[in-house]
Design a protein. Structure first.
Length: 337
């Protein structure tokens, strides 16, 4: 009996030891698979400098692209994590990708990303992911136009799957009410403070009339105006910008008079009921988000930048593809053959 017991304890010890080794191995693999600052420092040491240099050369000639590129980063991260899936073209076999989903039909900057990718590929073929390029370009573009900076840890891998319906279901539409925003941001691990901070990117944004014309012309289906939209502002938009409910082409500044400056003015507009989107107005319908807006406006621009930076980094880390999952695409619009 004693011998069996000894064998048993010896066996248990070995199993425990092996389990410990396995767990340690998993923890090590997990640690290696996390994003980290300067991930490419040895595999492509000039990579981030090439990306920044390209942005610094070209964005000053097309500053409105900064807003477009940060929007692309949002739209990428809200579907399957920040994995470059928003860049994939639909296949000839009929698979409809995120790119053709309604929220992404007005995305711009795909050609810019392709050109950055080509510059990096020339230096380090097959090393830097398209997913990391989007994240880095979004940050660098905002910095070049005088906005905040934030940390972009790298090591993301490119996803292999892109489905239009997932973009439609996960990207918050401009017509979102508060509960929809809370749910969709929550699905990304983002809280109400993050919602307010990330909405602040609208300070440099523009929109097509079609994203909010229902608020001007047909809010509840009976030809009415949204009572939550300042009536003077609405009249101005109808007279000078969105002159018809069917206007799909005219572009409107989201932060009139200050759209080239990454500042707190967007929040002032929201409190004056002059946010363009229903989703902007919805931020005033909850005590937590309203208090956060007032807190930001009472603070400094530096404080807003610091908090915005933390929320951007948080969004950029969520649910990413790392380690040996996914791939490093040679061309951002197609998976490797």
């Amino acid at each position: 009996m004693r011998i069996i017991s000894a064998h048993h304890s010896h066996f248990t010890g070995i199993v425990t030891l092996l389990l410990g080794v396995v767990v340690l191995g998993l923890m090590t693999a997990e640690a290696e698979a996390q994003l980290q600052m300067n991930f490419y420092s040895s595999s492509c040491p000039k990579g981030e400098d090439i990306i920044r240099g390209f942005v610094e050369k070209h964005i000053p000639n097309a500053p409105s692209l900064a807003a477009a590129l940060i929007r692309m980063h949002f739209h990428d991260c809200f579907v399957r994590g920040c994995d470059g899936s928003v860049l994939l073209n639909s296949s000839s076999s009929g698979n409809q990708t995120e790119k053709v989903a309604t929220p992404n039909l007005t995305l711009r900057g795909f050609d810019f990303i392709d050109r950055v990718k080509a510059a990096v590929e020339a230096e380090c073929p097959g090393v830097v992911s398209c997913a990391d390029i989007i994240a880095l370009v979004a940050r660098d573009s905002v910095v070049v136009t005088g906005g905040p900076t934030w940390k972009v840890p790298t090591g993301r891998r490119d996803g292999l799957v892109s489905i239009a319906s997932e973009a439609l279901n996960n990207i918050p539409p401009p017509t979102s009410n508060f509960s929809n925003l809370q749910t969709l941001f929550g699905n990304q691990g983002l809280d109400l403070k993050d919602l307010v901070l990330l909405s602040g990117a609208h300070t440099i944004g523009v929109s097509h009339c079609s994203s909010f014309s229902n608020r001007l012309y047909n809010f509840t289906g009976v030809g009415d105006q949204d009572p939550n939209l300042d009536s003077e502002y609405a009249a101005n938009l109808k007279a000078n910008k969105c002159k018809s409910p069917n206007d799909n082409t005219t572009i409107v500044e989201m932060d009139p008079g200050s759209r080239k400056t990454f500042d707190l003015n967007y929040y002032s507009n929201v409190l004056k009921r002059r946010g363009l989107f229903q989703s902007d107005a919805a931020l005033t319908n909850n005590s937590v988000t309203l208090a956060n807006i007032k807190r930001l406006l009472a603070g400094s621009l530096e404080n807003f930048y610091a908090e915005f930076a933390l929320s951007m980094e948080k969004m950029g880390r969520n649910n990413v593809t790392t380690g040996s999952a996914g791939e490093i695409r040679k061309h951002c619009a197609v998976v490797n053959s």
